[in-house]
Structures are given as C-alpha cells and as structure tokens.
Design a protein around this ligand. Sequence first.
Ligand SMILES: Cc1ncc(COP(=O)(O)O)c(C=O)c1O
Length: 452
Amino acid sequence: MSYGEDLLQRREAVVPAAVARFAGKATAESASGAIITTVDGKELIDFVGGIGVMNVGHGNRQVLKAIQEQAEKLTHSCIHIATYQPYIELCEKLVKLFPHAEGPHGQTKAMLVNSGAEAVENAVKIAKQATGRSALVSFSEGFHGRTLLCSTLTSKTSLKAGCGPFVPEVYRLPFPNYFRYNDGLTQEAFVDRELHRIRQMFINSVRAEDVAAIIIEVVQGEGGFCVAPKDYLTGLRKLCDENGVVLIFDEVQAGFCRTGKWASYDHFGVKPDLSTWAKSMGGGLPISAVIGKAEVMDAALPGTCGGTYGGNPIACAAALATIEEMERLDLNARAIEIGKVVEERWQGIMEKSEWAVDVRGLGAMQAIVFGQYGDRNTPASGMVRRALDASLERGLLAIPAGAEATTIRFLAPLVITNEQLNEGLNILEEEVLKSIAVECRQASDSTLQAPG
Ligand SMILES: Cc1ncc(COP(=O)(O)O)c(C=O)c1O
C-alpha cells in the first residue's frame, strides 16, 4: 500500500464523510507554482488551486516572506480588542481597489472575517440592519457556503441534505442562465422575461418592501461558471435601486484576477451595494472581506459583525503581499491569456464530440459542459468522473462543477506556465474523449445484450 493510500485510510478512520472528497484519491505534501507534490512524491498539475484560492500560485516567495515577518511581530490581538496595522492597511487597499460608492464624496468601507461563508453571513446581517427588512433572494445553481444561512442561500440540494429546517424568508429566482433556460428566446427577450420574473416575485411571493437583499454571483462558481448577462445585471441594479433592496455580489470565487479583472462585475460596469470576497485574496491563508458603501456598512450596530479571528494579522499580511504580487505579475492580463487558450482547446473538444455541449466562463474562469450524446438535459456525470479520475492517475488534478457535476472547471493558479497548461489540457482532452468512448461502448454492449 502506498503512503498516499494509507493516509486516505487514516482519514476515513477519523474524519467524517461529510467532509467530502471531490478529487478522488489526491493527496498533497507540498506545492509550488501550479504543481502539487503528493505524499507519494508524484507531481500533479493543479487545475483546481484549492478551489480557486491559489491565483497567485503555491509557495509564492513574497507571500511566504510576509507571513514569516508578520508571525515574528504579532500573530493575534483580535481587531475587537487592539487595533493593528495590517488589518487597516488591507481595508485601505480593498476600498481603493473596489470602490462601491459613486461620486467624489462617496465612501467605501471594508471589514474582514475568515471564510467566504462568513463574509456572506456578515454581508446579510449588514443588509438586514441597513434596510430593517428580513427577506433575502438568491439564485438557482448559486453557492454561498456551508453555514446554515449560506446553505439556505445555496441551491444545490445534495450539499445541504438533511440539514433543515433552513433559515426562513429566503426566496429563490432562476439564475439568468441563457444556455439552460432560454426556451428559444433571443437573449434580449430572455433578459426581459427574467427581469419581469423579479417584478412578479415582488407581487406573488414576497413584497419588495420586505426584501433586505438580493445576492448573486456574477459568474457562478460551484454552479458551473455561468455568466449573468450584462443587461440582466443592469436591470437588477435598477430594480434594487427602485425598491430600496441591497444588491450583494458574491465575488468569493470570481474575484481577484480570476476573470481577468479584479472584480468580475468590472466586466459589466454594474456595481453592488455590498460585495463578498475570500479565496484568492489570501494567497492560501483564511481571510475574507465584506466591502460596501459606507452608508450601508455603517448601518450595522457595533458588535453585530466580525469575530475573534476575523482579519488575523498573518492572514492580512498574506493578503497584502498577494495583492501586491497580483499587481506585479499582472495576473489580470495573464488570466485573459490563459482563458483564451483554455477556451480554444475546449471549443476543440466540442468540435470533436457531441457530448461537449457548452464552453463558458470569463477570463481564466472557464468550464466545459457535457450532456450524454449531446443532450444538454441529460447530465454526463459518470463520464466526467471517470475522465477526472483517469486524469489524476496521469498527473492532472481537476474537479467538476454544476448541480449535476456534468461540467469540468478550470481554476489553475494563474502563474501556471504555458507548458504545464498545455500538458494539463492534453491529458484532460484525451481522458474526456476516452471516457466518452467507454460510455458509448458500454451503452452499445448493453443494447446488444438486452433480451429481445
Ligand atoms: C461564490 C462563493 N461564495 C461563498 C463560498 C463559501 O466560501 P468558503 O468555503 O470559504 O466558506 C464559496 C466557496 O466555494 C463560493 O464559491
């Protein structure tokens, strides 16, 4: 038995299955750039980045240096007890990078916590206090984390099975996924229909006057990298303004250079009232942020937000160094380059096999969607799982996305070399095509064996 298999067995003995494994038998001993070395000493090209966390790359020297230097000075004092420089410096940086308020007098504020889910929790608490309202609206295929509130906001039922009762007063709209829900409409007519649906919701399901916030991922992460149409976001912004509803953009997976911009909403010229950030912001350390218009942020009462470890000094130092590295390496430009390569290669798979039904995303946040024999409504989850397991055997770490795990997503560190990128894409393409062939063969064998 390999050390890796032994480790997985030890995991099974002490870690509950609820802490799921999404990447088969992968293990990790160390990592550098876009390469993870397993506990058995095998090198894996990393197309996952710890689920969108490592945009700046594993083992970035500047980030490590900042962590070490900060650890020597101060590891913890709690922002609620003694104010420290890295927390303030990071918030100053965030409000500069992501101004939410318009006009010369508009002010933006930021607060720090530890995870994406915590950022969403805090954003919702702020929105509720700012509006004095209780209802929330989220979207189908949306994902916002695993606390009870975030599970409620999340769409995918398998991720919250048996965890109810959920938080009351959460309503769900279909995500404006043109690919899935277009019903033959033009994009313009589709957007009109979806915006009309929100107005109808205010009449039939929940009064606008009772809605504190609408939370949306501009580019869905776990949901399968669907991109909301620009006109939908513009219309949503207008509806929120007209009805005093706080608009929250969840940038946890799409933010910090993944899409080729600091914020995915920067592609569309639509700004939220509040936004949530985590993952790649910390370069591997647990840190997250809520950023928002000062008038909204300041509506929350002292003591209602934050927590013991929120904005830990070491995590803040890591985030500051991460952002600096993103600027120095121009990772936004690199994300665009990488995204083009991935998109082109995956369009190539679409040309080779009818099973590939869509390639979508923004910048380096790319996904390829599969449907059995080209039927977009019949998930090809088994085929995808087999292809990913076989890819892992050959040295590529990749994971699925989407409610039915019928999509493969690309979240590699943006420091990946062209050679590593191409090698990873070659492995994936070969294994996907092989897996499709296996599936077709099995189907034809079972037809031949079926009793006449
Ligand atoms: C869009 C989005 N929001 C929130 C979360 C939750 O983040 P965390 O797992 O850090 O709690 C995730 C995690 O994947 C996410 O993709």
